[in-house]
Design a protein around this ligand. Structure first.
Ligand code: FAD
Length: 370
């Protein structure tokens, strides 16, 4: 037993834990099956542009402690997420706000927009929304639903909106101001120079060894035998050999292109909200950092059905999957010396600030007597 902790997964959860453990004088070994650290927040520099390899990542939080915490590793720029929607060539601002309503209906004042939405809701006559379609219409009316929600959501989840549970869009961001900032949080930005350096700095300690391209399951028994304690951030169902069945995810496929032009779409994120375009969005990475390189790199994001072996991106937290997860979670609680964490270990969609917060609470629990 040469290390105090073996950490499975060099993503944000595992790396935050590793950093905090090393700070307390513990020895740590971090393994990851990928050939790089940083998990899904990994950015790679191509043509001088930091490319978000696993989808667009915008850091945002309301929590000053988390903001200060992450700022010890990196400086953030002033990027404000203001995605736009492209519906068959018509461009709308997001989140749905007075700019969107003005373009849709010509309304200028918030009361006029509210009246329009309320009229559409009333005409549809929904009392208690039973599915995503009814939920969306009860939040934003039929026009916005048809042009900006339906196609995008159906592509994203691979199911009809009438077959999706209402809870998925409990909080559609609607604003009766001319504010195109997608997030309400006080702090947001993109790390100047990309995300990978956050994790590299977290893992930069004499007490931390990192081994890449090491899959925990190729040596599970050895690792369990050798490590005093394990922090496991892989898939919880896989850890328990899928004994209650596989938890379901939505997957994504990313198609990157380097283009010989300096500005492809004028914005970092453009959502394609019609049903016909097969991808959900195009990311143009240089705009996250206000880049002025002569080339540009774009990524088309295609939603995909997930099966074992594919990259799991979004947990399908419906009733059935949550019940299966709860069974695994009970097993996890009874598994000595293994801490389960992160988005795959907890089968939960975490934003980055939430995953750092979750790791810090596990750290506080683990080292409370130190
Ligand atoms: P991960 O980053 O997935 O790290 C887990 C690591 O464990 C991986 O590196 C994996 O290779 C490794 N691993 C798994 N199994 C094994 C094994 N058997 N052996 C060895 N290693 C293993 N958050 C935001 O705040 N803002 C955003 O804009 C945002 N956008 C997102 C967009 C997309 C498309 C996605 C999918 C997520 C987004 N997120 C965003 C969420 C963000 O990616 C997560 O909060 C964060 O990456 C979770 O970190 P983690 O350590 O839990 O998981």
């Amino acid at each position: 037993m040469s290390y105090d902790y073996l950490i499975v997964g060099a993503g944000l959860f595992g790396s935050t834990f590793a950093f905090e453990a090393a700070k307390r004088g513990k020895t740590v070994k971090v393994i990851d099956k990928r050939n790089h650290v940083a998990g899904n927040i990994y950015t790679e520099k191509i043509e001088g542009i930091n490319v978000h390899k696993y989808g667009a990542h915008i850091f945002h939080t309301n929590d000053k402690e988390i903001w200060d915490y992450v700022n010890q590793f990196v400086e953030f720029n002033r990027y404000t997420n203001s995605p736009i929607a492209n519906y068959n060539g018509e461009i709308y601002n997001m989140p749905f706000n007075m700019n969107t309503f003005n373009k849709l209906w010509g309304v200028v004042k918030p009361d006029e927009a509210k009246e329009k939405i309320n009229d559409q809701k009333a005409a549809f006559g929904i009392d208690k929304p039973k599915n995503l379609e009814e939920q969306a219409i009860s939040l934003v009316g039929t026009d916005i639903y048809q042009k900006l929600v339906k196609g995008y959501t159906e592509k994203q989840w691979g199911r009809k909106a009438t077959e999706l549970p209402a809870f998925i869009i409990k909080r559609l961001p609607v604003r009766f101001t001319y504010d195109n900032n997608y997030f309400n949080d006080r702090y947001q930005g993109i790390p100047i120079g990309g995300y990978t350096q956050i994790v590299e700095k977290m893992l930069n300690s004499d007490l931390i060894d990192v081994e890449l391209e090491k899959d925990f399951f190729e040596n599970k028994d050895e690792y369990l035998k050798d490590a005093k304690k394990i922090v496991y951030t892989g898939m919880i169902d896989q850890f328990f050999d899928y004994q209650y069945g596989a938890l379901e995810y939505r997957s994504l496929q990313f198609e990157n292109s380097v283009l010989d032009l300096d500005n492809y779409q004028g914005n970092a994120v453009v959502n394609y909200t019609d049903a016909e375009t097969p991808y959900t969005r195009i990311i143009e990475h240089k705009h996250f950092e206000f880049g002025n390189q002569s080339k540009t790199i774009i990524t088309k994001e295609y939603p995909r059905t997930w099966e074992i072996g594919n990259e799991p991106y979004y947990p399908m937290n419906d009733k059935q999957n949550n019940e299966v997860f709860n069974k695994y979670h009970e097993l996890a609680k009874r598994t000595p010396n293994v801490i389960f964490g992160g988005r795959l270990g907890m089968y939960k969609y975490y934003d980055m600030h939430q995953v750092i917060g979750a790791a810090i609470s596990v750290v506080n629990q683990e080292f409370k007597s130190n």
